[in-house]
Design a protein around this ligand. Sequence first.
Ligand code: SF4
Ligand code: SF4
Length: 98
Amino acid sequence: MAEKKCKINANSTWQEMTPGGTIYDAANSLEFTTGDWRSRKPIWLQEKCKQCGLCVPTCPDSAIPVIEGGNRTDFNYDYCKGCGVCAKACPFNAISME
Ligand code: SF4
Ligand code: SF4
């Protein structure tokens, strides 16, 4: 199975994919831009954001980058899957799901 995973790339056809799109092996999340599968998108309303940081650890995909100094920046849409957990966690309504 792991051998099959290694052959998958951006040009692979659907026939070459793993059953159910299953991802094998650990520590390969950077190889798969899971944001491609997203149907909803969080929008960061910077003017409302208080930089409290509560949204950052709630993201299961580490798609909220934190820069030097501890402030969050805009979403990394390559890996955000649009689950909306960050929007629920924000006490200042600074994240809108669209
Ligand atoms: S919508 Fe989900 S995956 Fe995207 S940044 Fe928010 S918590 Fe992370
Ligand atoms: S939880 Fe809301 S206010 Fe706090 S850092 Fe995240 S977006 Fe900004």
